[in-house]
Design a protein around this ligand. Structure first.
Ligand SMILES: [Zn+2]
Length: 120
């Protein structure tokens, strides 16, 4: 079990995970490129908001399928439900206190810029 918090502490979430994160990625889509966050992913049922649900702000764009959440007080991106798989929750691993993203090397790149659902 890991605990995720935004910067100001209004948002707290619990991630049902034991051991290492499954996969760590950065993404080059238009929003992730701006956030610059390193993310991992769990099933929706393994990500539970403990506190501050009313402080979460939802941001959507383009196809409006993906849900991007951030704290309305401190502005920190906490988690999202991706368009490619809304049953999953992607989250900002830097929001986990005891996890040091600066020790990571060679984080995989998700090519969100060329989203499969945008191909005709
Ligand atoms: Zn906050």
């Amino acid at each position: 079990m890991k605990k995720l918090t935004c910067h100001c502490g209004e948002i707290e979430a619990e991630i049902n995970i034991t051991g290492d994160f499954e996969k760590l990625v950065r993404c080059n889509c238009s929003i992730c490129k701006r956030k610059g966050a390193i993310m991992s992913m769990v099933k929706n049922e393994d990500f539970k908001i403990l506190k501050g649900k009313d402080k979460l702000k939802l941001y959507q764009f383009h196809s409006k399928i993906a849900k991007h959440f951030f704290c309305s007080n401190c502005g920190i991106y906490t988690h999202h439900n991706p368009r490619s798989n809304p049953a999953m929750t992607g989250f900002n691993v830097a929001c986990i206190d005891d996890f040091d993203t600066f020790l990571l090397e060679n984080v995989a790149l998700n090519d969100g810029k060329n989203h499969p659902l945008d191909k005709k």
